[in-house]
Ligand binder design. Structure first.
Ligand SMILES: O=C(O)CCC(=O)C(=O)O
Length: 263
């Protein structure tokens, strides 16, 4: 089984980018420190408890989309309006540098695609392999990379509890190629570390064979002209929007040259 390359947060960006360019995904150990991971877990805990497992509890009405989102998985959106610690991370130097680097010429102005907790519960099965970039499947390939994502571990990610399953190098594969078992790696990492990956990388949420819930904090950047997967005007209240810094507001679509939330 291949291993993902691990970097430290303080490693030179050029090294991180070289790994990302080659494999399509890398782990950044200690992306946030343990205290911040605790703060985030506390900020989200109560609301996460209220989220149902799966987005459809009527199996007879279930379809491929429900299966993809998982029946033993909770998803909490609009994180930017729920935690100032999260807001600081999103607008931080390293994530934005990665967005600029990966999105290249398209990155003059970036926004968020989705910001979401992905909590994989006991007995969840492995998700179907996919590429997040297929959200924009109507944009013909070959094309420049449209998405760069982070999945930050708010609990340890282990092989047993559903660490993200990834296929290193698959961002360059022919679309019809399927991964062989010995081409599949897992983003095993400690709480506070992050999987950094591009939108063309094949990956999936892992199966959770433990009693503990595995919590990942996902956020992804796209060029500002592309339609985000998550509609932040729905997932973040106006009151919460008004508390955000201008940099954070820009990430959810408010711009100096466009509509102004705070006049
Ligand atoms: O939770 C994870 O590890 C990844 C899940 C994922 O890729 C998705 O739901 O799109």
């Amino acid at each position: 089984m291949p291993e993902l390359v691990h970097f430290k947060r303080a490693d030179p960006l050029e090294h991180i980018f070289a790994g990302l360019n080659r494999d399509g995904g890398v782990v950044i150990d200690g992306f946030i420190d343990a205290q911040v991971a605790e703060e985030l877990a506390t900020d989200f805990q109560r609301e996460l408890e209220d989220v149902p497992w799966g987005n459809n509890d009527e199996p007879e009405r279930s379809d491929a989309t429900d299966a993809f989102f998982g029946y033993r998985t909770k998803r909490l959106h609009g994180l930017i309006g729920r935690s100032s610690a999260f807001e600081r991370i999103l607008t931080g130097e390293l994530p934005l540098a990665c967005a600029k680097r990966v999105l290249g010429d398209y990155s003059k102005d970036v926004i968020l695609s989705t910001n979401e907790l992905m909590a994989i519960g006991a007995d969840e099965v492995q998700q179907a392999f996919h590429r997040d970039g297929d959200t924009w499947r109507h944009v013909p390939r070959p094309r420049p990379e449209l998405l760069v994502s982070f999945n930050v571990a708010l609990t340890d990610f282990t092989r047993e509890n559903g660490a993200t399953v990834v296929v290193p190098g698959s961002h360059r594969w022919d679309r019809s190629r399927k991964p062989a078992p010995d081409e599949i790696a897992q983003a095993v990492m400690k709480k506070g570390s992050a999987l950094l990956y591009v939108g063309e990388l094949m990956h999936a949420g892992g199966a959770n064979a433990t009693e503990q819930t595995r919590v990942g904090m996902y956020f992804g950047y796209i060029p500002s002209w592309l339609r985000p997967l998550e509609n932040s005007y729905v997932t973040v209240t106006e009151a919460a929007m008004k508390t955000l810094t201008p940099a954070a507001q820009r990430l959810v679509g408010y711009s100096e040259t466009g509509f102004q939330l705070i006049l």
